[in-house]
Design a protein around this ligand. Structure first.
Ligand SMILES: [Mg+2]
Length: 329
């Protein structure tokens, strides 16, 4: 089994802290603090990582097991965008995808129905990916559209697919966007992104001492908008309509559009790196079909079965999937 070689993730910050909380036994009162980066601390972290990797093995090292589970079934590929196909960057508008990654996604889409499932506005994520043959589910799945270019997997019903379960919330989301932008403006580095059916308050560039103040400001604004709710992602506070519709619902909807509702012959693969992707991992676990793959360098509580360390490993996994399909065809 491939072992992770480094513990510290690009994510750092709260995620790393959460991971340590998850894995470390509580320290007795008065016990000596083990310095971060000290040898005992590094040994403990590697042991935690090894335990976690036993439960969530690398999808590269475990590729043959993935293939065996998918044998005879139609693979359907679901891909998150940020942190999965593109690296996490300070400026969310600069999260571009490499040409090599685009080739890998294009290759997968030639062989399997493929959807991008992102928290971003659908138009924005399309402008990053630029592949018309894919399905796109933006705003955490609240804005779904079928391919605009013909592919061999496209069915007439799926081509016309358009699902916007939160349309009624658009006016209140716009109003909350303006209020949040004004209220967070005094906090240097905070940015509010309008994802049409949801909002993202990014704090990757905010000093850590100001994180709590920022969250308090956001919560204070949201008191005026009881129809909206707050969730947390990787250095981002997500504001969404308070309806039960998430990435899990989105993949169920798309599988239905593709004609796989209640089918035993489908093998969905969902790859994502964030807490919002857990909704999709849970749906797959509940279906008892397909696999979830968490992109992470550090142990995290997850419903995914497998792991990949970073987008470059996602790219390699996609290439392996295509090569294995080509060998069989
Ligand atoms: Mg992500």
């Amino acid at each position: 089994m491939t072992k992770h070689t480094a513990f510290a993730g690009a994510d750092g910050g709260t995620t790393a802290a959460a991971a340590v909380t998850l894995c470390a036994p509580p320290r007795a009162r008065g016990a000596r603090r083990v310095a971060a980066g000290s040898l005992p601390e590094l040994v403990r972290r590697h042991a935690d990582l090894d335990d976690w990797m036993e439960k969530h093995p690398s999808a590269l090292a475990g590729f043959e097991s993935v293939l065996a589970a998918a044998e005879g079934k139609q693979v359907v590929m679901f891909l998150d965008y940020d942190g999965t196909l593109s690296p996490i960057v300070k400026d969310p508008d600069s999260a571009v995808m490499s040409e090599e990654m685009r080739d890998a996604v294009r290759g997968v889409a030639e062989h399997f129905p493929t959807a991008i499932v992102s928290g971003r506005c659908r138009d924005k994520v399309f402008n990053f990916v630029k592949l018309a043959e894919l399905y796109y589910a933006g705003s955490h799945g609240m804005d779904i559209k079928g391919p605009t270019a013909q592919s061999k997997h496209t069915k007439a019903k799926a081509e016309a697919v358009l699902c916007q379960p939160a349309s009624a919330f658009l006016p209140v989301i716009d109003e909350a966007y303006r209020a949040l932008t004004a209220r967070t403006a005094p906090i240097p580095g905070a940015t509010v992104e309008n994802n049409k059916f949801c909002l993202s308050v990014h704090f990757r560039c905010v000093q850590e001492e100001k994180w709590r103040a920022l969250e308090e400001q956001v919560r204070s604004v949201l008191k005026e908008y009881p129809d909206l709710r707050l969730t947390k992602g990787r250095k981002v506070l997500e504001v969404r309509p308070s309806i039960k519709w998430d990435k899990g619902n989105a993949i169920q909807f798309l599988l239905e559009c593709l004609g796989f509702a209640d089918s035993n012959n489908v093998f969905p693969i969902y790859i994502g790196d964030d807490r919002t992707d857990e909704d999709a991992f849970k749906v797959l676990r509940g279906m008892g079909q397909g696999i979830g793959i968490l992109v992470s360098k550090i142990p995290k509580e997850t419903s995914a079965s497998y792991s990949l360390r970073e987008p470059s490993e996602v790219k390699e996994f996609l290439h392996m999937l295509v090569r294995s399909k080509q060998r069989r065809d």
